[in-house]
Design a protein around this ligand. Structure first.
Ligand code: IPE
Ligand code: IPE
Ligand code: MG
Length: 262
């Protein structure tokens, strides 16, 4: 598959990014059903260019737009993107404000296209901990796209995996205390049904850009058997070609789920 990608790029102009023709679904041996992306490296990208960090984040949302489009074109079922973690509040007030502004700008500019593409949006994370204007926009986006049947787009905002699991434990405990559930009846499915991703398949492929190799509290439960890829590209430079490379690499991974093949 990687060879095919290489041959194909020769055909399409030797890797000139502008001339790159995105791969079609049929060209992949196997595509993931659920892709999760930790969009990392905006700060380093900005620094390299002598720009402010807010500029890096802005260019990051441009990269995101293309990745969402391609995911939707490929017919991948679920895309989860990490936009703001529960730990990101520790950044400077200026940077947090810039990121929050980008949330508003992103939905203002993208919601019509997402709707037209039949994308369904779900926010992963505690919307109650976000400023009122952002919360409102997010609730609207979820409500407006609720009946859509295309790509399921999960946007993790004010999200932390431990926070999500703690919240699930609290909800389950409440059901037990109310006498609606016996402790023996709690299964893995019970826990999964109390996560933000309830009803969705587990992550098949996790991509973290910028070369960092850690989860940073993202989808801890859902990534139990995910394949991990850590491209060195900084997020604002992560284009459709980089994405096709990652998806192709996933296709050649051997997934075992604890069993023995062959
Ligand atoms: C990721 O880029 C975006 C967010 C965390 C919101 P960073 O801002 O973490 O970029 P680096 O890691 O500093 O390069
Ligand atoms: C993870 O990136 C969070 C997002 C991409 C939103 P960070 O840059 O915040 O993670 P650490 O601090 O390097 O682990
Ligand atoms: Mg980072």
């Amino acid at each position: 598959m990687l060879k095919r990608l290489f041959d194909r790029n020769l055909r399409t102009g030797g890797g000139r990014r502008k001339g790159y023709e995105p791969m079609a679904r049929a060209e992949f041996e196997r595509l993931p059903g659920h892709v999760a992306i930790i969009m990392d490296g905006n700060g380093r990208w900005a620094k390299k260019k002598g720009l402010g960090v807010a500029q890096g984040h802005r260019r990051g949302t441009e990269a995101l737009r293309e990745i969402i489009r391609h995911t939707s074109d490929l017919g991948i079922g679920v895309l989860s993107i990490y936009a703001f973690s529960t730990e990101n509040w520790s950044r400077s007030p200026e940077e947090v404000a810039a990121l929050m502004q980008l949330v508003l700008d992103f939905f203002a500019s993208e919601i019509d296209e997402l709707e037209a593409r039949n994308v369904r949006i779900r926010i992963l994370g505690d919307k109650g901990g976000l400023p009122a204007a952002q919360r409102e926009v997010l609730l609207q986006a979820e409500a407006r796209t609720e009946g859509n049947t295309g790509l399921q787009l999960n946007i993790a905002l004010n999200y932390g995996g431990r926070n999500e699991l703690t919240r699930a434990a609290r909800e389950i405990a409440r059901d037990v205390a109310a006498g609606e559930l016996s402790p023996e009846a709690i299964t893995e499915q019970t826990v999964a049904a109390h996560l933000y991703t309830r009803g969705q398949p587990d992550v098949d492929l996790l991509i973290r850009t910028s070369g960092e190799m850690r989860l940073s509290n993202f989808l801890l439960w859902q990534c139990a058997y995910a394949e991990f890829l850590f491209p060195r590209t900084l997020w604002p430079d992560f284009d459709v070609r980089c994405y096709d490379e990652a998806l192709s690499a996933y296709g050649s991974r051997e997934r075992r789920f604890g069993g023995r093949l062959g």
